[in-house]
Design a protein around this ligand. Sequence first.
Ligand code: CUA
Length: 334
Amino acid sequence: MRRGSIASIVGIGVVAGGVAAAVALLFNWIPDPASDEADRITFLFWFVIVICIVIFALVAAVMIYEITHFRAKPDDDTDGPPIHGHTGLEIWWTLIPTVLVTAIGIVSAVVLARNDAEGSNPLIVDVTAQQFAWSFSYPSAKGLTSGTLRVPLGRSVVLHLHAKDVLHSFWVPEFSQKQDTVPGLDTKLHITPNRLGTFDVICTELCGLGHSTMRSTAIVMKPAAFEAWLHKQSGAVSSPNGNAAGAAVFKENQCAGCHTFKPANATGKVGPDLDNLAQYAQKAGKPLADFVKESIVDPNAYVQPGYPKNVMPPFTSIPADQLDALVQYLTGKG
Ligand code: CUA
């Protein structure tokens, strides 16, 4: 091959590789990682991308050079010359991809193994998914149940995921991992948060009409602040003072997002005004406490006229004592 041809192939390759690299680098394709696992996945991602860009540049260069230099004349209908294989070339184009694919396989296996290593003292969080809400409970804190996922910075967190009804899937983009929740199965996800912040929890499995609204929040806190929160909340939940316990449950399950309730300074407008529960119970023809409890665990049993059905998810994963505290709080008996 002439020196000039090699120079032009290299030139085309540099341009093609440059364009591909610019597309990869100039856009924010993936969010900034917020966990050790996401860091490793991001590393793996770039490892593969770099290999792909080099191969792309090579293939593009050879292809563009051949198309422009060996093009048949428009009126040339003759057969091309018979070509026998080129053993040297075939060895290289078998060997190089084999090495690259093996390397990707090995790096992926290492990343997977390290991401699944839970460490000696992981924080366990039970995650319950249901149409269309997430709830998170902390077995180490008397089953404290929260509508937001709070986790401490730098500690291994193992999520045990459960589904109440259909398939859902847990996803925090900054944590890079997704895990399905499957009715009847205990699936797990291991996360080691390494950046403070508030991130979206997204359901990423089409699970029904409210799928797009099935969102929550993950908050990565300083370990001391997390411990303080855990103690305060679980203390309130088990306190003999029903009011404080109920208020804590009300807050943790984010009732204020949809409901108005003066004692909690809640001003949500999606669902019925909880200051009028006595009126609603009368209308439904049920004793107040029974009515309130039923409306929490089975919201569709009676829907206040003027409000849509199937909007409030059944909060069946709230432990019994927390549920009682919430009912007392809502009925003003706390
Ligand atoms: Cu749950 Cu989509």
